[in-house]
Write a protein that binds this ligand. Structure first.
Ligand SMILES: Nc1nc2c(c(=O)[nH]1)N[C@H]1C(S)=C(S)[C@@H](COP(=O)(O)OP(=O)(O)OC[C@H]3O[C@@H](n4cnc5c(=O)[nH]c(N)nc54)[C@H](O)[C@@H]3O)O[C@H]1N2
Ligand SMILES: Nc1nc2c(c(=O)[nH]1)N[C@H]1C(S)=C(S)[C@@H](COP(=O)(O)OP(=O)(O)OC[C@H]3O[C@@H](n4cnc5c(=O)[nH]c(N)nc54)[C@H](O)[C@@H]3O)O[C@H]1N2
Ligand code: SF4
Ligand SMILES: [Mo]
Length: 686
């Protein structure tokens, strides 16, 4: 028995916890904790990290390439060889290129795949002449990404996690870290609140595990957070509670913001959000006067058609109170899954190139010179638009690496219809609702089965090493892409013999990753904080001396009130929203195949307020139908005081997107309205 202990990074959320896998003869047996005080988790793991080896040995793992034999949607396949699979894809993609041009092809990268996998995926798309290359970041962080890029010149988390513990006020907005980033919550937020006496303000329609620690909990109707943010700006400016020195020295456009928020009083915001004006006032005063603040927002804000303007209003709040560009404060986007930044940084985006840098004539020319082929300068289609174009017959072929859009994108019925109309290739580790619509399915090696680089939410670049062998003929995604590129005739641009070769090319083309070499990452398991411009440098804090905007100052953006993508009416009288469970992950492909998680978090339910339930004659445990204009789902009711009246909420892991609206899209971030919809509910009799 050959027992090995290999350092890996957890394959679930973006905290980037370090742990060890114990393998016996190449099979995963258990995990070991890593007590290195320099890694973000400092030895701790959550229920997902602890069980993160279980799904690897599930019998459903894809082991051979598959070719569709039945109708699309049936999921009937026959096994074929790698040679045959790659040949079929290469031939079909070349045919599409010749008859319809490169814009008829699309590529989806993944926040479940490594930096190297994602870098090569976007390079292949661009080598074929298209910028139709996206990943779930569009459905995840794009709203806050846009807001912070415009206002601060950069979206990333500003400070090390340790600065959260030094904050005196913590504002958590549409985010439930106790469930979604549990180790971050336990090691940093909880310490700040319980040990150091920081005051916590939570804004969430649900009384979450996080909200249970709150000193002030605001419970708005979904998608009305913008009204609260505008009213907080109003109070802070009117009562002169802002940081006057910081505003004078480091902020532009303050007067325009002050004029714009004059009309947005707490009383006005109460009418829209349902949150008492006095509570909004109290939160504003505490936030502005309580001392250094951490401000974190997540999907409760991002995933609305008004998401980016709401995120802009919150960035304005951060800027006028001077809670940025110094020690002891914290804010920034929170990439969701472990490899969110591994797809964003290498430019898996229809309008960005590796860096990430904006795609334009100049950057396209620069990358054409670096790579040796012509990089198209015309932006591609964003995530939702790719599927709209597929439905119209304009996208003829798609390569999907580690995404499950049939369940993760708004309006699942429509996405399934779109997938019927194109040649679809899916590389995954399991059969999914999306592979059912594939023409070719490719078996990918999972995270612990390959060596790869990860960039965690706190900008930490770390290496995860191969701990176990892939099942059957499964291969790492980067190897699959190289095989495909060679078969298409692009071999000269994809000449790599190891994953280290790919990272070395990344070190060369992304200046901020120049110092994150394979050697440095192998030697220092805690990695380095991006930007790492040379082998001895890292960047723990951003914006200490100025902002990377044209003026060097934070550029405030006054925004006006706008409702979310759909609001209740007589026919659909309830606000519906959704959230995540600590023991389930996204569309459940891995978590539903992890025994210990599935046992504890088995299926969907609907949270309904006690007074609403009484009116409708619903009791806990009853089956209820939740219906929107797109579709309906049936789940058990959980009648509870933990949700406000007029709102119902469900975990989204089990088919929620049959209910969501696909045609309300954020103007700036192109985020669909994934969080809220108008619904009606009824008891299912019998
Ligand atoms: N266990 C687990 N952890 C995960 C994931 C997972 O699937 N499972 N996914 C990872 C990923 S990719 C991401 S992006 C993060 C997401 O992490 P979070 O953003 O924490 O995820 P959610 O639970 O979807 O949404 C957060 C909160 O928003 C609230 N909310 C809903 N609508 C609104 C609203 O209109 N306004 C406000 N203020 N709040 C609202 C919900 O009640 C919920 O408590 O989690 C990561 N971590
Ligand atoms: N209504 C609603 N919709 C949402 C959200 C919401 O809160 N509400 N959240 C949105 C957010 S924040 C996100 S991030 C997206 C997530 O959307 P997706 O990324 O589409 O969801 P996942 O279920 O994580 O799908 C990832 C797939 O990658 C596969 N996989 C895992 N590891 C590997 C690997 O190494 N290689 C390959 N090739 N495949 C692999 C998994 O089996 C899985 O099928 O969903 C979005 N959709
Ligand atoms: S907090 Fe996130 S990274 Fe850490 S163990 Fe849990 S799922 Fe893994
Ligand atoms: Mo996400």
């Amino acid at each position: 028995m050959a027992e090995k202990l290999i350092p890996v990074v957890c394959p679930w959320c973006s905290v980037g916890c370090r742990l060890y896998i114990v393998s016996v003869d190449g099979y995963p047996r258990k995990i070991e904790f890593d007590y290195n005080p320099k890694t973000p988790n400092k030895g701790k793991l959550c229920p997902k990290g602890v069980s993160s080896y279980q799904h690897y040995v599930h019998p459903d793992r894809l082991k051979k390439p598959l070719k569709r034999v039945g109708e699309k949607g049936e999921g009937k396949f026959e096994e074929i060889s790698w040679e045959e699979a790659i040949e079929i894809i290469a031939k079909k993609f070349k045919e599409i290129l010749e008859s319809h041009g490169p814009e008829a092809l699309a590529f989806l990268g993944s926040e479940r795949c490594s930096l190297e996998d994602n870098y090569l995926l976007q390079k292949l798309a661009r080598a074929l002449g298209t910028n139709n290359v996206e990943f779930a970041g569009r459905l995840c962080q794009s709203s806050n990404f846009v807001a912070r890029s415009k206002i601060f010149g950069g979206p990333a988390q500003t400070n090390p996690f340790d600065d959260i513990v030094k904050s005196k006020v913590i504002l958590i907005w549409g985010y439930n870290p106790a469930a979604t980033n549990p180790v971050l919550f336990g090691q940093y937020f909880e310490k700040a609140i319980l040990d150091n006496g920081a005051k916590l303000i939570v804004v969430d329609p649900v009384k979450t595990e996080t909200a249970k620690y709150a000193h002030i909990h605001l419970q708005p109707y979904p998608g009305t957070d913008l009204a609260i943010a505008l009213a907080m700006l109003h109070v802070i400016i009117k009562e002169e509670l802002y940081d006057k020195d910081f505003v004078a020295e480091r902020v532009n456009n303050f007067d325009a913001l002050a004029r714009a928020v004059e009309k947005y009083t707490p009383e006005w915001a109460e009418k829209i959000s349902g949150v008492p004006a006095s509570l909004i006032h109290e939160a504003a005063v505490l936030f502005a006067t309580g001392g250094n603040a951490t401000v974190v927002l997540n999907e409760g804000i991002n995933q609305h058609a008004n998401g980016s303007i709401t995120a802009m209003a919150i960035s304005n709040l951060i800027a006028i109170t001077g809670n940025i560009g110094k020690e002891g404060v914290f804010s920034g986007v929170i990439p969701g899954a472990h490899c969110g930044l591994c797809a964003a940084v290498p430019g898996v985006n229809c309008a960005q190139l590796p860096g990430p840098v904006p795609l334009n004539e100049e950057t396209a020319k620069k990358f054409s010179e670096l790579w040796g082929f012509e990089v198209p300068s015309k932006p591609g289609l964003h995530y939702q638009a790719i599927f709209d174009a597929m439905l119209e017959g304009k996208i003829k072929g798609i390569y999907i690496m580690g995404q499950n859009p049939a369940r993760s994108l708004a309006n699942s019925s429509k996405i399934e219809e779109a997938l019927k109309r194109a040649f679809v290739v899916v590389a995954d580790i399991f059969p999914t609702e999306t592979t059912k619509y594939a023409d070719i399915v490719l078996p990918a090696a999972a995270w612990y089965e390959k060596t790869g680089t990860v960039i965690t939410q706190n900008r930490r670049v770390m290496r995860s090493f191969q701990a176990v062998k892939p099942p059957g003929e499964a291969k790492p995604d980067w190897e699959i892409i190289v095989m495909l590129a060679k078969s298409i005739g692009l071999g000269e641009y994809f000449n790599y013999s190891s994953v280290d070769d790919v990272l070395r090319e990344i070190n060369n083309v992304i200046p901020a990753l120049k110092g994150a070499t394979p050697e440095r990452l192998a030697k220092n398991l805690e990695g380095c904080m991006y930007p790492c411009p040379d082998e001895n440098t890292e960047t723990p804090r951003l914006f200490l001396k100025g902002f990377p905007t044209k003026s060097g100052k934070a550029e405030l953006i006054p925004v006006e009130w706008k409702p979310p993508g759909e609001v209740p009416d007589e026919e659909y009288p309830f606000w519906l929203t959704n959230f995540r469970l600590v023991g389930q992950f996204h569309t459940g492909t891995m978590s539903n195949r992890t025994k210990s998680l599935k046992k504890r978090w088995p299926g969907p339910y609907v949270m309904i307020n006690e007074r609403d339930a009484k009116r409708l004659g619903i009791r806990s445990g009853d089956l209820v139908r939740v219906e929107t204009r797109r579709g309906s789902l049936v789940a058990r009711a959980e009648v509870t005081e933990n949700i406000r009246e007029g709102v119902v909420a469900m975990p989204w892991h089990w088919g929620f997107n049959y209910l969501t609206k696909d045609d309300a899209i954020d103007e700036f971030s192109k985020m669909p309205e994934l969080k809220t919809a108008a619904c009606r509910i009824s008891k299912v009799e019998g």
